[in-house]
Design a protein. Sequence first.
Length: 119
Amino acid sequence: VQLVETGGGLVQAGGSLRLSCVASGDVFGVNEMEWYRQAPGKQRERVATIERGGNTNYLRSVEGRFIISRDNAKNTVYLQMSSLRTEDTAVYYCRADVIQSANYEYAYWGQGSQVTVSS
C-alpha cells in the first residue's frame, strides 16, 4: 500500500492550496483519513480528520479556513487550504486506516508535502 500526496508548494499569505492523497495497492477500503503537519522544530500535529461516512474534525486554528473531503471510490482524501498564514508553513502528511484484502486494517502515511506560506 502506498499513500501518494500531491499539491504542496509556495503561496503568499492569504492564498490557497489544495492537497491530495491517494491510497493505492492492496486497498479493499479506507476508514478514517487524516492530515497532519509538522513545522521545523515542532511536534507533528493533527490538522483534520474525516471518517468514512463524512464526519469531520479540525484543529481549532484551521477551522473555517481548511476543508477536508474524500472520494471513497478513488480512495482519495483532499485538504483545501484557504486564507493561508505564515504559521501554516509545514510539511503536511496524510494518514489513512487502510483495510486490506485479508480484512486486516493498518495505518499508512504519505511521504509528506511541503507547504510554504510567504508574507
